[in-house]
Design a protein around this ligand. Structure first.
Ligand code: SF4
Length: 323
């Protein structure tokens, strides 16, 4: 399967703060093939979640988004809100980090999953209960008949996240957007949820964009990786290219800051903090934290340089090393 399901071109998202446009996503372009997983990797505040929400158009009204988001060849940014409501939850679903706020505390979990099917008319009234039980079984919830009557607060974090994943599958979407889906869970449950993601992706042939700050999750899940920093993708390629032969200093920094099994040496953290989105520097946004930064880096934004085989890096250093 090599067909493109989602193509994003030069996506720009601005928040409006006191009438001033503040750029949170600054020209993101990416492409996801059917049945594949793209992991968007980066620190908190890099614009990953805003980018995901821009694709699904679930940002506050004052936000301005431009560029192109082609889903199955259709432009999502030009669709009416009514058309987007039809697409959300049926063709494209989203799993959020915080399962407690993704579920309505006043309704039983089974009712909420059934509601998704009713809203999109994907199951006949008499079949909904059976389908909810089937879904809860699929996502590994024991005693689903009993569990579907539970309120969200009566479930553990892992069970709630399984329920949210079940809800996202209610209408068998083609594209699943997952925003740090395991961050709030402990390591054991995290591993179980990632295994569940892989199982359902295989079974449903689903395409996934998964946002994470965790390299371990990226290694486990990714076919391709987009490394994001200060609202831009700074490196892009398949998992072995980006994590095996990283080209961008930011990707190298992330790898050096991640513990490896059996490692004895101290980890090297990336110094400093990402720039404020309200005050982006003129040149490379990573310059203040980069050990290789030059005057050119501070003055001029780097372009994407092809390293070959679909591997790209936005760094002046890449340009000079491949010139
Ligand atoms: Fe570092 Fe310069 Fe490359 Fe930016 S462009 S990552 S500052 S070497």
């Amino acid at each position: 399967m090599n067909e493109t399901l989602l193509k994003v071109d030069n996506l720009v998202t601005h928040f409006s703060i006191r009438g001033k446009p503040i750029p949170a996503v600054r020209g993101v372009s990416l492409e996801v093939k059917k049945g594949k997983t793209l992991v968007v990797l980066g620190e908190s505040g890099s614009g990953k979640s805003v980018m995901l929400r821009s694709i699904l158009r679930i940002l506050p009204k004052e936000t301005v988004t431009s560029g192109q988001v082609l889903y199955n060849g259709e432009e999502l940014l030009h669709k009416s809100e009514k058309e987007m409501q039809r697409i959300r939850g049926s063709q494209i679903a989203m799993v959020f980090q915080d399962s407690l706020s993704a579920l309505d505390p006043l309704y039983r979990v089974g009712e909420q999953i059934g509601e998704c099917m009713r809203d999109h008319g994907t199951a006949a009234k008499g079949t909904i209960r059976g389908k909810v039980t089937e879904l809860l079984t699929k996502v590994g919830i024991p005693s689903p008949e009993t569990r579907m009557r539970a309120y969200p607060f009566e479930m553990s974090g892992g069970m709630r996240q399984r329920s949210v994943i079940g809800m996202s599958l209610a209408n068998t979407p083609q594209l699943l957007l997952a925003d740090e889906p395991t961050t709030a869970l402990d390591v054991t449950i995290q591993a179980q949820i990632l295994t569940l993601f892989k199982q359902i992706q295989r079974e449903y042939g689903m395409t996934v964009i998964l946002v994470t700050h965790d390299i371990g999750v990226a290694i486990e899940m990714a076919d391709e990786i987009a490394v994001m920093y200060a609202g831009k993708i700074v490196e892009y390629g398949d998992v072995s290219q980006v994590l095996g032969s990283p080209a961008h200093p930011y990707t190298k920094g992330l790898i050096e800051a991640t513990p490896r099994p059996g490692q004895r040496e101290e980890l090297t953290a990336i110094p400093g903090q990402p720039p404020s989105i309200a005050n982006m520097p003129a040149g490379c946004a990573f310059a203040e934290r980069c050990r290789w930064a030059t005057e050119r880096c501070r003055a001029e934004q780097p372009e994407y340089i092809s390293i070959g085989g679909g591997h790209y890096s936005a760094c002046h250093l890449t340009e000079s090393s491949t010139a």
